[in-house]
Write a protein that binds this ligand. Sequence first.
Ligand SMILES: C[S@@+](CC[C@H](N)C(=O)[O-])C[C@H]1O[C@@H](n2cnc3c(N)ncnc32)[C@H](O)[C@@H]1O
Length: 324
Amino acid sequence: MEFHHVSVMPEEVLDALQIDPDGVYVDCTLGGAGHSRRIAERLSQKGRLIGLDQDAEAIAAAKERLAGFPCRIDIVHSNFRRLGEVLSELDAPPLSGVLFDLGVSSHQLDTAERGFSYMQDAPLDMRMNPEAGQNAADVVNTYSEEELSRIFHDYGEERWGKRIAEFIVKARGEKPIERTGELVDIVSRAVPKAVRRAQNGHPAKRIFQAIRIEVNDELGILEAAFKTAVHHLKPGGRIAILTFHSLEDRIAKRTLQEMARGCICPPELPVCICHHQKEVRLLGKAKKATKEELAENSRAKSAKLRVAEKLAVEQEEVEEHAGA
Ligand SMILES: C[S@@+](CC[C@H](N)C(=O)[O-])C[C@H]1O[C@@H](n2cnc3c(N)ncnc32)[C@H](O)[C@@H]1O
């Protein structure tokens, strides 16, 4: 199956990264290499692109699509939670830019047997790296009712999560839940038809999102990965983060804001004891896709792009103590 994914906000991402032809760039979420190809096209022989993805199918597609560019290209099959180790294994110099285009690719969603879509019946899997860790069936069949209810609430923002968890536990008492279709039926039984009609989309969509986030630990690794990326930027280097739902976006916003602040001591302290240094400058507010892009790519609807620039050491203002 051909790898299909239309890159989101491609022009805005390039603009955010301000590609230096001789620079070193890291794409932490290669996918079909849509963004990476655009970066590689702008790099000279001295430039370098490092791409990571935890999905072997994305790695295979990216290898093909990134062949033949003059710059050096390293493609690494890894979770970006290992970004620091990957960069040191590759002996990477300070970076000019890092990109995170979070979430799943259209290829992952459209490949029925990967079990990401609530619209196609398939085994309950949802792992972005099918060789690692627990899958969706493990979550659905082994988590307690309270744990399921919590992830449906926290990661799916589903108001009927408690009742859906109750129905899942009852159903799996009769036989393990193995397929996406069975899970959709259980969700449909738990949420009355009238509520489903009035709601914004099928509740299974939110339940699948919640399980996918849990299976892949999508949120737990973000803050540390963003901080590692900024740590490896050279002064003036840029970090660009594309998020697709409010949970991811909150973490991106909070982490960048924290790195853009100086002293974080409680104001009642007479002197600074945190010695927290500003590391980045935020480049404007989150950007959204244009109307033209939305008309062509519905995936761009919820996208937000946040960008920050690493400060030079001499630029780092030693901020006034927060309580002064
Ligand atoms: C939205 S797609 C990227 C699409 C790509 N920017 C393009 O234009 O073709 C996200 C990709 O990131 C990968 N991914 C998500 N979380 C990851 C993680 N923690 N580590 C490595 N790859 C990850 C997914 O497997 C998926 O292929």
